[in-house]
Design a protein around this ligand. Structure first.
Ligand code: ADP
Length: 397
């Protein structure tokens, strides 16, 4: 099979996209990657070739009425002119929630779309955006094959004890359970680890996806057995603007004593908490590391404390640990954060090689360290492209 694939990762105000070339059964090769940010406010589009050269950049005026539909129609036209004579054979979409039924990538048709719509109550802040993008592409190119790739799927095989809440059973039956997210990232990292270090990949590993959203995944033999995000992407670690695990009693307090509505509490916990809430400075780790404000230092301290604390829980789930893998914006780039997390995990036998960490080498633990610590850059788009290629390819056969 040969042709080009488009990957889409749609959020509330941004869409990340990439174009991949597919040739036979080899891994799809990214030829362009881009992002539009500020949809609904001041949109900004930038796309780069694989060598980093800017292919297109555009800014719209503040308040420009650029909907997902309008942007995606334009994007498909733009893609046609940048696929080097290849034909666009499909679109791979990141879909946050697959619920209990979708645990593998799936070709999208009317029935699948209806079933994904029904999952919106489980992820009201995320799911509608993915579905919006899928519908916009269908409207613009009805015959183009589309594939849904789920963030929850990688965690599907977790043991029931890791997914169950201590709530009345009827709620679990209606879908109130822990699902876990960042699955496309963890699946990619697990695949890379298997290539780079097969013995470690076969063992017990904690992968730390530390970006604006952040979570940990306990993997045994490359499979997820536990993770810190749960029913929603709010649980677990402290994040850029999300609180992570809190006592649910805080929510009752906010509603009763502060008179906050459910929507207002949701906004506070998703958008005004985390690094931003604690520092009062920024949700961006780079800005906090550069800041002299003592509250920034406190926010970073809490961030690393929470990673170490949740890691302890996952070590218990795994029955020990052989490796730690850092990934995503903070995990791949913030040497200081990695160093502090490793220091807090010293009790497990983690010994950081400070120079390797500073240099950003793939292995940042010393040879004597009982736990191997690696940095593996993630690539959710590549994972989506692989799945889309497989699904489109099998449909074509
Ligand atoms: P998203 O979850 O939106 O995909 P990313 O994975 O891009 O986010 O991660 C964004 C985070 O990574 C931000 O907090 C940013 O400050 C941080 N980051 C990126 N580069 C660096 C760096 N060189 N040093 C420290 N933090 C960084």
């Amino acid at each position: 099979m040969a042709g080009a694939l488009l990957t889409l990762n749609a959020g509330s105000s941004s869409i990340k996209f990439a174009i991949f070339q597919v040739e036979g059964s080899g891994d799809p090769q990214a030829v362009a990657r881009g992002k539009i940010e500020g949809i609904g406010t001041a949109p900004h589009l930038i796309a780069r070739a694989a060598n980093g050269a800017v292919l297109t950049e555009k800014r719209w005026e503040d308040g420009a009425d650029l909907s997902h539909e309008a942007f995606l129609g334009d994007l498909l036209d733009w893609v046609d002119t940048h696929v080097d004579g290849d034909r666009l054979i499909g679109v791979g979409n990141r879909v946050v929630h697959g619920g209990r039924d979708f645990f593998a990538p799936v070709a999208i048709d009317d029935t699948v779309l209806d079933r994904l719509d029904a999952l919106c109550p489980l992820a009201p802040l995320h799911q509608p955006h993915s579905l919006h993008a899928i519908r916009a592409v269908r409207a613009a190119r009805p015959s183009l094959r589309q594939v849904a790739c789920f963030d929850t799927a990688f965690h599907h095989e977790q043991p029931a004890v890791a997914t169950r809440f201590a709530l009345p059973r009827a709620l679990e039956e209606e879908g109130v359970r822990r699902y876990g997210f960042h699955g496309l990232s963890y699946e990619y990292v697990a695949g890379r680890l298997a290539e780079l270090d097969p013995p470690l990949a076969a063992g017990r590993v904690i992968a730390a996806h530390l970006g604006n959203g952040a979570s940990l995944c306990a993997m045994h033999g490359g499979r997820s057995i536990d993770t810190t995000m749960g029913f929603t992407a709010l649980d677990g670690l402290m994040m850029g603007t999300r609180c992570g695990t809190i006592d649910p009693g805080v929510i009752f307090y906010l509603m009763r004593q502060h008179g906050l509505s459910a929507d207002a509490v949701e906004h506070l916990l998703y958008d005004r908490s985390g690094l931003l809430g604690v520092s009062g400075v920024s949700s961006d780790m780079r800005a906090l590391l550069d800041s002299d404000d003592p509250r920034s230092a406190e926010a970073i301290d809490l961030f690393t404390y929470r990673i170490a604390r949740e890691s302890g829980a996952l070590v218990a789930s795994l029955g020990g640990v052989d490796g730690v893998v850092f990934t995503a914006g903070i995990g791949e780039n913030a040497t200081e954060v990695r160093a502090r997390v490793c220091a807090r995990l010293g009790w497990l036998g983690v010994v950081l090689d400070e120079q390797a960490n500073e240099r950003g080498e793939p292995v940042i633990s010393t040879p004597e360290s009982r736990v191997t610590v690696r940095v593996i850059p993630t690539d959710e788009e590549a994972m989506i492209a692989i799945h889309a290629r497989d699904v489109v390819g099998s449909a074509a056969r």
